[in-house]
Design a protein around this ligand. Structure first.
Ligand code: HPA
Ligand code: ZN
Length: 339
């Protein structure tokens, strides 16, 4: 029988919480920076990795936004996206719902169209040659104003064939969900899938507020929901998915260590939790490393891994038929593994 790590590596899965800019590995960052003549505060990739030592979400975001400054041409966005998709395919990711942060690029004078065209070219190629289906979710930066976010939403409305959803990310502290009620109302009316980061550094009240005011179908992170039993009951009853990112939570000190992560408790409580990598180039691992490190620290068994993988498809925005096909693929995988 395969080891648990081997079992995790082979199980079909979906990734639902992944910032494409967070997949910029130091080697690619240095290479793209060189070709575009953008200087970085690191002499080489190793020095960059050493500097990735975060004390909280904001200290990470400062470094993350600075690194995105190397991305300028359509080719850069293509290279970034295809590198992630190749890695994801090698880890048996069958479907990925990918965030991008256009405001971190348009603020530097990069055209929205350049970003979307580069990403989109990689998504088509991945569908064709890697067997990974994808959806693109445009995130609005919550530290900026709602008006600025609405300008991005209006751009996204012209790219509906490529942009399936609208999300909300960046600094949670001081930027509550209520700041974006009008924007999400409009996104919902326009037929976008809507999701939001909530309860990462914020409290259970922030999760509740996002759920009640933003029409969201999924919560990104949401780990602090466990502080409010009535909210947990609601999330369980409505099976609202939570896209949990274990390595991110440990690296950004949401939990002191993986052993203290509440993923297992959430799963046992009946929440529809999924495992994701958030910003894998910064947090020490892609989706399989997230499953493996959580499984080791929290003593998750095969049944728990299967549940997490099934949840990843259930929580996706795939059609009912596709969700069922992927869950059947998991069933076949389990059967083959137990022979
Ligand atoms: N939280 C909020 N915003 C982000 C994150 C995150 O984990 N990663 C990239 N933008
Ligand atoms: Zn995130």
């Amino acid at each position: 029988m395969k080891s648990l790590a081997g079992f995790i590596a082979g199980i079909p899965k979906a990734e639902l919480h992944l910032h494409i800019e967070g997949t910029l590995e130091p080697e690619l960052m240095i290479a793209i920076g060189k070709r575009n003549g953008v200087s970085l505060p690191y002499p080489d990739a190793e020095a960059a990795r050493k500097a990735y030592n975060f004390s909280d979400l904001q200290s990470f975001l400062d470094i993350y936004y600075r690194a995105t400054a190397v991305l300028i041409t359509e080719e850069d966005f293509y290279d970034l996206t295809i590198a992630y998709l190749r890695k994801a395919a090698s880890q048996q990711v069958r479907h990925a719902e990918i965030f991008f942060d256009p405001q971190s690029h348009t603020a530097r004078g990069i055209a929205f169209e350049t970003v979307v065209r580069g990403i989109e070219r990689a998504l088509v190629e991945a569908n064709d040659t890697l067997g990974v289906s994808t959806k693109l979710i445009m995130c609005v930066l919550r530290h900026l104003s709602e008006e600025e976010g609405i300008k991005m939403l209006e751009k996204a409305m012209l790219w509906k064939q490529w942009i399936a959803g609208i999300g909300l990310d960046s600094s949670e502290r001081g930027n509550p969900p209520e700041k974006f009620i009008r924007l999400f109302e409009r996104a919902h009316r326009e037929g976008f899938l809507t999701v939001a980061h909530a309860g990462e550094e914020g409290s259970a009240a922030s999760v509740k507020k996002a759920l009640d005011t933003l029409h969201i179908v999924r919560i990104d992170h949401g780990v602090h929901c466990m502080e409010d039993e009535r909210l947990v009951e609601e999330l369980v009853r409505r099976q609202i998915p939570l896209t949990v990112c274990p390595l991110s939570n440990v690296r950004l000190r949401v939990f002191k260590s993986m052993k203290e992560h509440n993923l297992k408790t959430m799963l046992e409580r009946g929440l529809c939790v999924t495992v994701n990598s958030d910003d894998p180039a910064y947090f020490g691992g892609y989706i399989n490393e997230n499953y493996i490190e959580a499984a080791i620290a929290l003593d998750l068994d095969r049944d728990a891994i299967v549940r997490l993988a099934q949840n990843s498809f259930t929580a996706s925005s795939l059609s009912t038929v596709h969700k069922e096909l992927y869950r059947k693929e998991i069933d076949r995988y389990i059967q083959q593994e137990s022979n």
